[in-house]
Design a protein around this ligand. Structure first.
Ligand code: DAH
Length: 346
């Protein structure tokens, strides 16, 4: 017991002063924790002085007890206060360090994408609107008369046979899923006044296989012009313009003689481009021709005064050539990953 210092107010004050200095000097909460155990813990000067209480004579226990007790209280308070200060500074520093710019967090839900066929359809429509044409519309569930008869396709035409056309029950209503956008030609001529410059994009249906080059439902764009003095040169010029706008200046078109009942003469038209996959080559893109006088007459338009041209092009085919889509089924299956490859632009 002799090597343990006796309790004296000076010793207590010195221990308190050391402890307060250590608390004040601690730069962070980790250092403070160490200082606290050195100055407040079991091995501390204050603890040693406190342990001496039992050697203090009874009559002075209260006096010394108060001195030591107050000293310990001050030290505890000082550490407590310092801890609060350091902790809030550290919290503030951590918040600053961990600051997140939530505006920079990428969106985690998929936004999806417009369908490339819809984008291509709009792009083609825009080209014609740019030439001053109007967009016309017609029903996908169509009357046989519009789809066939009015277009000079008689009862025996092969396209009317079951293998091509989806006939809709009951048969006596004579409804079909339109097999082409051409019925919009007649609807337009009956509804609008000449001159007519329209494009009509839309879905058509045929009882085709579902394979890499056929879809039972696909998209066409029908063009129709009826005006005075319209010739095949106007048709060729319009097709050339659209081909170059869509595929670039190197694109060419050519007409190959063909037969369609609603045009006379009729042609198939092909597209040529130096960079088509598979090399520079001609690819069939649609049908066209000068509107058959019988069709004009059925619409009440005098073929002696007016003439016109018409064409029908495949939108999916345009997308295939332009974006090198190998399998048409990708366009029908609705997998958003297919659409996402195109973004919002085809
Ligand atoms: N309707 C035809 C088809 O689907 C394409 C076509 C050919 C449209 C000649 C026309 C045309 O307007 O004049 O095969």
């Amino acid at each position: 017991m002799s090597d343990v210092p006796e309790i004296t107010p000076e010793r207590v004050d010195a221990a308190v002063a050391d402890a307060l200095a250590a608390a004040a000097d601690a730069p962070d909460t980790a250092a403070l924790k160490k200082a606290r155990s050195a100055h407040q813990g079991d091995g501390s000067a204050l603890a040693a002085l406190n342990a001496q209480m039992r050697h203090v004579p009874k009559d002075r226990k209260a006096e010394f007890g108060k001195i030591v007790g107050q000293a310990r209280g001050r030290v505890a308070q000082a550490f407590q206060a310092r801890e609060e200060t350091l902790k809030s500074a550290e919290d503030a520093a951590r918040l600053e360090a961990e600051r997140l710019d939530i505006t920079a967090i990428p969106q985690r839900t998929r936004t999806g994408a417009r369908h490339p066929v819809a984008l291509m359809q709009e792009r083609i429509a825009d080209l014609f609107v740019g030439m001053g044409w109007e967009i016309a519309d017609g029903p996908e569930l169509e009357h046989e008369w519009f789809n066939f008869d009015s277009l000079n396709l008689d009862e025996d035409h092969p396209a009317r046979q079951e293998q091509d056309t989806f006939f809709v029950d009951p048969p006596e209503r004579h409804l079909v899923m339109r097999t082409q956008t051409s019925p919009v030609q007649m609807r337009t001529m009956l509804e609008r006044d000449v001159p007519i410059y329209i494009l009509s994009p839309g879905k058509v249906a045929r009882t085709d296989e579902f394979d890499a080059t056929h879809l039972p439902v696909f998209t066409q764009a029908e063009g129709l012009v009826v005006d005075k003095g319209i010739t095949m040169a106007h048709l060729k010029g319009a097709l050339d313009h659209v081909a170059k706008q869509l595929f670039g200046d190197a694109a060419e078109t050519r007409l190959r003689i063909n037969h369609f009942p609603f045009t006379e003469p009729s042609a198939e038209f092909d597209l040529w481009h130096p960079t088509f996959s598979g090399g520079a080559r001609w690819i069939e893109w649609g049908g066209c021709g000068m509107v058959n006088p019988n069709v004009l007459r059925a619409a009440g338009i005098d073929p002696e005064v007016y003439s016109g041209f018409a064409f029908g092009i495949g939108i999916e085919r345009a997308l295939m050539f332009r974006s090198d889509v190998q399998d048409m089924r990708d366009m029908a299956e609705g997998d958003v990953r297919f659409s996402e490859q195109f973004g919002m632009v085809v």
